[in-house]
Structure formats: structure tokens, C-alpha cells
Write a protein that binds this ligand. Sequence first.
Ligand SMILES: Nc1ncnc2c1ncn2[C@@H]1O[C@H](COP(=O)(O)OP(=O)(O)OP(=O)(O)O)[C@@H](O)[C@H]1O
Length: 231
Amino acid sequence: MLFAQNLTKKYGEYTALNALDLTVQQGEIFALLGQNGAGKTTTINLFLGFTEPTNGTVKINGISVVENLLEAKKHVAYIPETVMLYANLSGLENLQFFSSIAGFQYSEKELQDLLLKAGLQEKAQTQHLGGYSKGMRQKVGIAIALAKNAKALLLDEPTSGLDPKASNEFSEILRELAKNGTAILMATHDIFRAREVANRIGIMKEGNLVSIIEPKDVSANELEALYLQTV
Ligand SMILES: Nc1ncnc2c1ncn2[C@@H]1O[C@H](COP(=O)(O)OP(=O)(O)OP(=O)(O)O)[C@@H](O)[C@H]1O
């Protein structure tokens, strides 16, 4: 579903990502951990076609991101650290706007249901974004991703700045999406959440994916120790 082979990105002499081989299957949640500058965002940006690889292959749902970006993008949704939305529109209006840009026409009831599924209660849906917390904005971001009905979901530090309850709800939604077959790749600094939600965890260092861990095999403390040894 998400496929990278020998994926490399250089900025001049500097290698931001070095020969990444990675497959994230349908229904799998893969978390990328690593220090600042390890190459996590570069990986996500290459999948999104925000930047071109220097070398290697990057595919979404079997479609080359480099050769057929528009087609590949139809199969992927993206939630950044801060979801960009219109402050003077409500959550519902934002969802309607962004889903229509993506080519989907939903009834008001369908939009409300998508927001509910993303965890945004009915009362909040018609409030202007100005009064939303970060967690509420992320939920609108999730609803936009749900509206796209994408087979793959890319997330870049989606829970940074969320309180533990909002973060926990976020993990629940990711699990639900994975259960329904979405392939999820998430860059994060949150070791605890990564262990809780991911099927596999990759640790990156200086552009290299240096180890892959199955969380079921390790405790939170062991994972932290492994992380600290690696980076
Ligand atoms: N446009 C660019 N030009 C030059 N160097 C870049 C560019 N974008 C990223 N880099 C470099 O590539 C390296 C990897 O950056 P990347 O953003 O992928 O790291 P990261 O693991 O996501 O870090 P963080 O946890 O801080 O988000 C960094 O050293 C960064 O400075």
C-alpha cells in the first residue's frame, strides 16, 4: 500500500534520507521515531510528492508518486502537526469546503456523521474554528481524511501538543481506521503512543532506518531504552 525502495533524498552533499526500504500494508500502523533531523518528515514529504527523490521508488497503492502524482494523491490523506483550516468557518463548513476540493459532495448529514466519527461532538461542529482547541482542529483534520476515503494515511507528529485524553482518542481513531484497512504511516516523538498504537515502530537516525521493532515484544521502558541506545 505504502511502498518505498532505495528511497533517497539529498540536499547537495547532505543525505536527508538514505536508501529507505519500507512497506506499510493495508491495516497496518507504522510509527517512525527519531531525533530532530532524522529524516521522518522527509520520508512523509516524499510519499506526498512535496519533494522529489534523488533516487529510488515511492508508491502509493501501486502508483508511482514521481510518475503519476495526481493519481497517487487520490489514495492518500495527510494530517500535519497543525491542520490548516479557515478560522472564520465552522468545523462543518471547513469539512464541506475541503472535501469538495477533493472532489466529494456530501450531504449535511453525511458531513455531520464524518465529524462524529472523528470524535467532534454535534454542538462543536457549527462553532467557528476560532474557538477550537488543538484537539478539535485535529478532529476536523481526521474528518477531512475520512471524507477522502483514502487507502493510506500519512501523519506528521499529529499528537504533539494534544492533552493525554485527546491523544488517546486520536489513537483510538487510528486503530479504527486501520481495522477498516487503511495503511498508516506516522512520524512522532511520542514513544508511549507509538508503542500503544503501532504494529511496527521504525527508529531513524541521520537519514537511515536503523531498526524496526514490534511493540508487542517490548515494554514501554524497554522501547525507550532501545530508542536512547539507537539515536
Ligand atoms: N529543503 C531542505 N534543504 C536542505 N536541508 C533540508 C531540507 N529539508 C530538510 N532538510 C534536512 O534534512 C534533514 C532531515 O529533516 P527532517 O525534517 O526529515 O527531519 P525529522 O526527522 O522530521 O525532524 P523533526 O523531528 O525535527 O521534524 C535535516 O537535517 C534537515 O535540516
